[in-house]
Ligand binder design. Sequence first.
Ligand code: DOR
Ligand code: ZN
Length: 333
Amino acid sequence: MTEITLHSPLDMHIHFRQDDMLKVVAPLSANHFAGGVIMPNLLPPVDNLDRLLWYTEEVRQACQPHAFDPYMTLFFRNYTFAELEAAKPHIIGIKLYPAGATTNSDGGVQEIMAMSAVFEAMQELDIPLLVHGETHGFVMDREAEFCEVYRALATKFPRLRITMEHITTEKAVGLLDEFENLRATVTPHHLILTLDDVAGGLLQPHLFCKPIAKRPEDREALLQAALRAHPKLMMGSDSAPHPRDKKECPGCAAGIFTAPILLPMLAELFERHGALANLQTFVSDTAQRLYRVTPPAKSVTLAKTTMTIPAQYGGVVPMWAGRELAWSVTSVQ
Ligand code: DOR
Ligand code: ZN
C-alpha cells in the first residue's frame, strides 16, 4: 500500500471563528495539524491585548485534547510601539486587511502607506506582517494591482518580514524571487481551481472565496511553485467556514471550508504530479524555518485508501462534499 507520513504539518492561515463554529471546526484542524496561524477577523476584530488573550484561551480549549499550537495574530490597526511590544510574546504576526476587502474587514486599513509608523515599529520589534493583498479594483485584477503595494512595502521596510497571504497569481509568485523579505502562503484550492470551476457552469457557492480563483496560467504558476517546494511558499489553507445558509443564498459569503480534507487533497495532488517527496517541506518545514517555530511532534500517516467527503460538518459544507478522494488519513500519532 502506498503511504506517506507527514511530520508536524502546519496550516499557516486558518479561520477558526468563535462560539459554536469554533467548536465545530477547531478540532478538525487540531487533529490533522500540529499548529496553525489563526486569523483575527472576528466581529469585533481581535485588535487589543485583552481580546487576544481571551481568544487564545478560547482557541486552546476548542483544540483540546489535540497537540496543536495556535499561532495567534492581531488585526492590523494604528498600534503604538508600546502596544506592539506588549503583544509580541503572544502573536506570530499582525494581519492587515484593506478596508472592506473581505469578510469582517470593514475596520481594515484605508490608506496602507499612511501606516509607516506602525510598519517601522513592527520592523524594529521583528513582528511579521501578514497581508490580504487585494485592491478595490476589478475583481480579477485586485491581487495583480496590489503587487505594487507589496513592492513599496518590501522596499521601504527591508527588514520587515512580509507574508503575502493566499496568493493567486503568477505575478505574486514572481515577487517571491524579487524581494528577500517577501514570502507567501498558498491555499490548496488555488492550486486546483480556476474561475471556470467557480462560475464557468452552474454557480458553485462552496468554491467562492476571496481572492477569487484566477486563470489557468495563474494556477499553473502556483502549482509548479508548490510542487517544487519553493523555499518561500507555505501551505496556508484559508479554510473559511460559513454556515450553509450563508453560502447557499443570494449574497453568498466568501470562503471555502477545507480543513478536514486538506492533507488527503494535497497527497492526491502531489502524487498525481510525482512530487510526494516535496509535500513535507510544503506543509511544514518551510513554515518552521521562515517563522522560526517548533510545533509539537505529530506524525500523520496517509494511505492511498479512498474517502468520501462528508456532506457537512456541523452545518458547514466542505469543498467537494460528496466527492471521493484517493487518499485518506489513517493514523495520527
Ligand atoms: O474567502 C475568504 N473568506 N477570504 C478571506 O479573506 C476571508 C475569509 C473569511 O473570513 O470568510
Ligand atoms: Zn483568510
